[in-house]
Design a protein around this ligand. Structure first.
Ligand code: TYM
Length: 379
């Protein structure tokens, strides 16, 4: 089943920009990560009873040191999970992809999660955001995380500007060992880059090591995230052992595409993104305008079929909204054969999305009562 975006412009994948047709095989080579092999997947399956949909469908496709983390786990050394969010605006359903998988890992491996909310990053990197705004979005975005079902006992949310005193010393240890030359070549800094941004990668690195400081326990961190965050881990891994920590391990996912013709779902393109706070009529309108693999007329499509491989809607079934592989294959067959037209497929996904979002919104509301229990400084 094709899952690639359809876009011919040059591929750019950085923590701040994802553009063009994404070639995931090429990213594995260029970033120097490892593919998730069948052998590794079967080791994960042994620990988790059944492979998660996102592993089965290769939505998570690459890693660094997952094998090392599993070796240690087999010998009795646990790991912690670490992931995060840059609160630049509302959460879209692409963000939920790695967070849902993180929840699955947390439940299966019974591990702690450190979740960093980088209001400082979004202030430093955006031209037009002030700190009050990023603080507000930190609060809003934390509700989305909690709504997915994380429990406060083993989930620790870090709000950078509030909690920096807990890990400022770790950022210093890291920053001292990364040269400007390495940072510039890894992140593409320019003469015009503000110096807050230049220091900032040390702040995203620090939670990889915070567990030791808080508990005295030295265990590796495993980071589930889309592959755009990988540059941070490259520089962090280079310094980890010099500082007496394990190298942080990663497991990387693909990008849920936007509703246009190619490119990832991105908050900077609201018309092609579904936000968790979108109301049913907004969802309907966005889906109705989405790019599909359909033909110019219904008659043509009935005759020649459509192409789910380039269809943005099909990706939503593939990533999140059709858990049953047989049903998914059936939808693909009907689409290719011209039996099911785009209107029907869109109608189904609007229903599924709105049902999901309605539940999510209810859980988000409830999360307001418990939010403080998740704060890393709650005790
Ligand atoms: P942010 O807010 O850009 O993204 C949050 C998480 O969502 C992933 N992501 C996606 N996954 C699937 N499909 C998409 N279309 C999509 N768009 C974004 C991102 O990879 C990320 O995992 N600097 C970070 C915040 C951060 C962080 C971390 C992220 C701090 N520490 C540790 C991951 C791990 C940021 O701005 O993420």
């Amino acid at each position: 089943m094709a899952t690639e975006e359809n876009n011919n412009s040059e591929m750019i994948v950085t923590p701040w920009e994802v553009k063009g047709k994404i070639d995931y095989e090429r990213l594995i080579k260029e970033f120097g990560t490892q593919p998730l092999t069948a052998q590794l997947l079967s080791r994960v399956e042994k620990q988790t009873d059944k492979l998660h949909l996102q592993l089965e469908r290769k939505i998570f496709f690459s890693h660094r040191d997952l094998d090392t983390v599993l070796d240690l786990y087999d010998k009795g050394t646990k790991f912690v999970l670490y992931t995060g969010r840059g609160p630049s605006g509302p959460v879209h359903i692409g963000h939920l992809v790695p967070w849902m998988f993180t929840l699955h890992l947390q439940q299966k491996f019974k591990t702690r999660l450190y979740f960093q909310i980088t209001d400082d990053e979004k202030y430093l990197v955006g031209d037009d955001r002030n700190l009050k705004e990023t603080e507000r979005w930190s609060y809003e975005n934390a509700l989305d995380l909690i709504a997915l079902g994380f429990k406060p006992d083993d989930t620790f949310i870090i709000y950078d500007t509030k909690d920096i005193d807990l890990f400022y010393d770790i950022t210093l240890e890291v920053a001292k060992r990364i040269t400007y030359s390495t940072a510039r070549s890894t992140f593409g800094f320019q003469d015009s880059t503000n110096i807050g941004w230049v220091y900032w990668p040390a702040i995203q690195a620090a939670p990889c090591f915070i567990h030791k400081k808080l508990t005295g326990e030295n265990v590796p961190a495993l980071i589930p995230a889309a592959i755009d965050q990988d540059p941070y881990w490259r520089v962090t891994r280079d310094v980890a052992q010099k500082l007496g920590y394990y190298k942080p391990a990663q497991i990387h996912c693909r990008f849920l595409p936007g509703l246009g013709a190619g490119g990832k779902m991105s908050a900077s393109m609201p018309e092609t993104s579904i936000f968790t706070i979108d109301m049913p009529d907004v969802v309907k309108k966005k889906i109705w305008n989405a790019f599909t693999g359909g033909k110019g007329t219904a008659a043509e499509q009935r005759k020649d079929g459509a192409d789910p491989g380039i269809c943005s809607i099909f990706q939503y079934y593939f990533y999140l909204f059709e858990e049953d592989l047989k049903e998914l294959a059936e939808r693909e067959r009907k689409c290719r054969g011209g039996e099911m037209l785009c209107g029907e497929c869109k109608k189904d996904i609007v229903e599924k999305l709105n049902r999901f979002l309605e539940n999510h919104r209810e859980r988000r509301e409830k999360a307001k009562d418990t939010l403080e229990e998740y704060h890393i400084k709650r005790r």
